[in-house]
Design a protein around this ligand. Structure first.
Ligand code: FES
Ligand code: FES
Length: 232
């Protein structure tokens, strides 16, 4: 058996020393191909390695978005989230960026009346829909019923989560009117227009995190309007 010596298996091999038949492949072509293949083998992902050799260019797309009843004609990078568009392009900074991963609800807005995490929504996909942000629900002189209820029940502390909480709670009222069900509805067996108990409210608001722990007052604010059908 041949001993494993340095002379039998050199640690390094100079590519220039590798003999290549001129008729099969030029040295320049061989070096170009071997570089890509080696990178791919090292990564264990040859296809990815090859794909990385081509540069990706941002794609832009013209969109017409209706936000708070105003039409905005924009050309956006197709990768732009609705949250970034609102905050960075339109200066609508009421919607907050908490986690940017769909886990905290700080970015909640309404699309056609349904609550969505705008950090997980590509702006181009919202074309043709009516988008409502916290700015569109009301203002200082004309608060929406849910904004007023949060004030009346002291449903916040630092206020960072509050725009998302209010948008979410506003949609919750509509869901209640439609008789939409939650996991709690099935657990309690009340699957036809369930009563909005505190458990129902907590379950339905569970996508909105409050780091200040203002939950008891948030539930009280929502409860006050579910019992009146959304009227202040
Ligand atoms: Fe969108 Fe947290 S920022 S869910
Ligand atoms: Fe501070 Fe909710 S009021 S995070």
């Amino acid at each position: 058996m041949t001993p494993c010596t340095e002379s039998a298996f050199p640690e390094t091999l100079d590519i220039e020393d590798v003999p290549i038949p001129e008729s099969e492949l030029s040295r320049r072509e061989f070096l170009a191909v071997s570089g890509v293949v080696t990178a791919g083998l090292v990564a264990g992902l040859p296809r990815v390695a090859v794909a990385q050799t081509s540069k990706s260019t941002p794609q832009t797309f013209p969109v017409s978005l209706s936000i708070n009843k105003q039409t905005h004609q924009l050309t956006v990078d197709t990768r732009t989230t609705l949250l970034d568009l609102l905050r960075e392009n339109l200066d609508l900074t009421g919607s907050k960026k908490g986690c940017d991963h769909g886990q905290c609800g700080a970015c909640t807005v309404l699309i056609d009346g349904r609550r969505v995490n705008s950090c997980l929504t590509l702006a181009v996909t919202a074309q043709g829909a009516e988008i409502t942000t916290i700015e569109g629900l009301g203002d200082e002189q004309n608060l929406s019923p849910m904004q007023k209820s949060f004030l009346d029940h002291d449903g916040f502390q630092c206020g960072y989560c509050t725009p998302g909480q209010i948008c979410s709670a506003t949609a919750l009222i509509e869901e209640t009117r439609r008789g939409a069900l939650s996991r709690t509805s099935f657990e309690t067996g009340k699957i036809s227009h369930p009563e909005m108990t505190d458990d129902e409210i907590r379950e339905r608001m569970s996508g909105n995190i409050c780091r200040c722990g203002a939950y008891p007052n948030i539930v009280a604010a929502v409860r006050a309007l579910t019992s009146t059908g959304g009227a202040a």
